[in-house]
Write a protein that binds this ligand. Structure first.
Ligand SMILES: Cc1cc2nc3c(=O)[nH]c(=O)nc-3n(C[C@H](O)[C@H](O)[C@H](O)COP(=O)(O)OP(=O)(O)OC[C@H]3O[C@@H](n4cnc5c(N)ncnc54)[C@H](O)[C@@H]3O)c2cc1C
Length: 577
């Protein structure tokens, strides 16, 4: 593109500028929007209203400040009102809460929380980025001292202060989502015993339950107590000045402090009062340029409902990445609508990562749980899945660590539907690659052929992403036939364990026949031809070789995906109901 073209765009941009852009909320979405808008126009007046005392702070870093991993509070501040003024000529008003939107007059009513003064500001364009509030359900005793939520810098101060002054030894974290797990990690780092209380039978609800089992095992190994399937009924101060967390089951957990990490809900009061359209999930409705039902108002971040482009369903993204990108897109839509490349939000795909006590958990796209519920025109969406347990880099290079990956895809065309990974190293890198493939509407064949960087200390010549694609492609091409552990009970297949006897001695599946892979060719006639054979090994690779050998010799064989490693997880799942 030549310079005349850029001149054209810049001219268009300055012509389209509104005179006054007001933004509600000065953190992820709001601050991104403000700074981007200034980069697109020197003429627009930009005012950001932030209810809290700080703007543009790293809320994602808060748990690590509690854990003293981030040691200086000032590291959490990305920018100050002074910096916004000096660098961007943006007027940031902290401790100023927007109380009302007058859509007719295009005016905001704002309360200066420091003075109590109420004043009005007119807008040409308005962006709402008010975020989401931590859930604090109306349970008995929820307002007792020592019960905290974590959302802001003042919240972290209160938590740290309580830990120090009350000499906290035991904490309960209610909620096992990513904030709950991050808080569990950071409280542990501070030497505090932690119990996680979760209403669902698993932590990290974005994962499928058999993958979550890997996290449960890890947490238990690290000394975190898990109370799963345990809705909280209320809280009581007991005589010893600790808090009793009363569970619906009748049991109780005692702790010196409680962190509520029970989820969030979009802050939509302003939008609701202004009669903007609200979606079924309780978020502000927006189009793909983040415009609300009012043509002069945009909304971004945790407060909005967007399309999940894998499932097609409405969804709340509730993540920093989408909020930041949406802030930018809204600024582009407001300031630069003359561009030949209009910036549109593509929808969310729920790509997320969480670290807990040395374990990394990442996922993108949809889960099997969701796929089981999805109904398109009365039909369930068909899907297939594979599990694999590759090393994060070449096994011969010291320090290789296993990643467990689950890949979901369409059996009709190989389109990737979702992926989950749990491991110690290299987990998020693989999920990031798959996330990009999903965004490009990619298939398992694309993963098979992805050309990724490799040297032994970083990856493998067949990277875990390639392997996931290769395994799934083999299924679609008809080379590999697979089975799943959860279907074992209804099957009358012969189960063939192709591991070495010393491995079998450490644990195996009941009633399995053991013929090590190395002996299978000469002992193949021991196997029945009139019965399906399910092969398994530790991770699923040798059993794939066995399945191929059996198929080529005319047997009906399937390889149980994920091997004995997944069997242990699925068995636990079935035992715990
Ligand atoms: C502890 C914690 C850890 C997190 N970790 C991660 C992570 O690791 N990865 C990730 O992707 N996401 C993470 N998130 C989520 C991420 O922070 C949010 O998705 C993101 O900040 C949403 O951006 P937002 O602009 O919509 O809202 P926010 O960043 O929450 O900003 C909204 C702001 O609007 C202000 N406001 C609301 N109403 C008004 C009003 N009427 N007037 C004036 N101001 C108002 C609020 O005070 C708030 O400061 C984390 C969140 C928390 C709380």
């Amino acid at each position: 593109m030549n310079s005349a073209f850029y001149e054209f765009i810049n001219k268009e941009i300055s012509i389209m500028n509104p005179k006054r852009l007001l933004i509600v909320g000065g953190v992820a979405g709001g601050a991104s929007c403000a700074a981007r808008a200034r980069r697109l126009s020197e003429n627009v007046e930009i005012i950001v209203f932030e209810r809290g005392p700080y703007v543009s702070f790293a809320n994602c870093g808060l748990p690590y400040y509690v854990g003293n991993v981030i040691t200086k509070e000032r590291s959490l501040f990305m920018a100050s009102p002074q910096l916004f003024k000096k660098r961007f000529n943006i007027d940031v008003r902290t401790e100023n809460c927007v109380r009302r939107i007058d859509r007719e007059k295009k005016e905001l009513e704002v309360e200066n929380l420091k003075t109590g003064e109420l004043y009005h500001e007119r807008y040409d364009a308005l962006v709402l980025s008010p975020g989401a509030a931590s859930l604090r359900p109306n349970l008995e005793g929820i307002d007792l001292s020592g019960i905290f939520t974590l959302k802001t810098i003042p919240d972290t101060r209160k938590i740290i202060d309580w830990i120090t002054t009350e000499d906290v030894k035991r904490a309960a974290v209610v909620g096992g989502g990513f904030i709950g797990l991050e808080m569990a990690e950071n409280l542990k780092i501070r030497g505090i015993d932690v119990t996680i209380i979760e209403m669902l039978p698993q932590v990290m609800p974005s994962l499928d339950p058999e993958m979550a089992i890997l996290i449960h095992d890890h947490l238990a190994a690290k000394g975190v107590v898990l109370c799963l399937g345990s809705p909280v009924k209320g809280f009581k101060q007991n005589n010893a000045e600790t808090i009793d967390i009363m569970l619906e089951s009748g049991h109780k957990v005692s702790a010196d402090m409680v962190i509520l990490a029970m989820g969030v809900r979009p802050e939509i009061e302003l939008a609701q009062k202004a009669d903007l359209a609200i979606g079924d999930l309780g978020g502000i409705m927006v189009d793909d340029q983040l415009r609300t039902s009012d043509e002069s108002i945009w909304a971004v971040g945790d407060a909005v409902e967007v399309n999940n482009f894998v499932t097609g369903a409405q969804s709340l993204a509730l993540l920093a990445g989408p909020a930041n990108r949406q802030g930018r897109i809204a600024a582009d839509a407001i300031m630069a609508n003359g561009t030949p490349y209009p910036h549109r939000f593509r929808g969310t795909q729920a790509t997320s990562v969480c670290g807990v006590l040395g374990l990394t958990i990442a996922s993108t796209g949809t889960s099997e749980k969701i796929l089981k519920q999805l109904n398109h025109d009365g039909k369930l969406q068909p899907y297939e899945k594979v599990y694999l347990h590759p090393d994060h880099h070449s096994g011969y290079y010291p320090g290789a660590k296993t990643i467990t990956i689950k890949l979901l895809f369409s059996p009709q065309n190989g389109k990737i539907l979702g992926a989950q990974a749990v491991g110690v190293e290299g987990v998020e890198k693989r999920i990031d690659v798959i996330a990009m493939a999903i965004q490009q509407h990619g298939t398992v064949f694309d993963l098979e052929e992805a050309e990724l960087c490799y040297a032994p200390q970083y990856g493998a010549a067949k990277d875990p992403v390639n392997l996931a694609g290769m395994i799934a492609s083999n299924i679609l091409r008809g080379y590999a036939r697979i089975a799943h552990w959860e279907n074992l009970a209804e099957s009358d297949a012969l189960l063939l364990d192709v591991r070495e006897p010393k491995e079998v001695a450490k644990g195996c599946v009941e009633n399995a026949v053991n013929i090590p892979l190395g002996q299978l060719r000469e002992r193949i006639t021991e196997l029945p031809r009139d019965r399906e054979i399910w092969t398994y090994c530790f991770v699923g690779q040798r059993s794939y070789f066995a399945q191929r050998m059996l198929s080529l010799h005319g047997y009906t064989a399937r390889n149980v995906s994920g091997g004995f490693l997944m069997y242990k997880a699925v068995k636990k799942l079935l035992e715990t109901g």
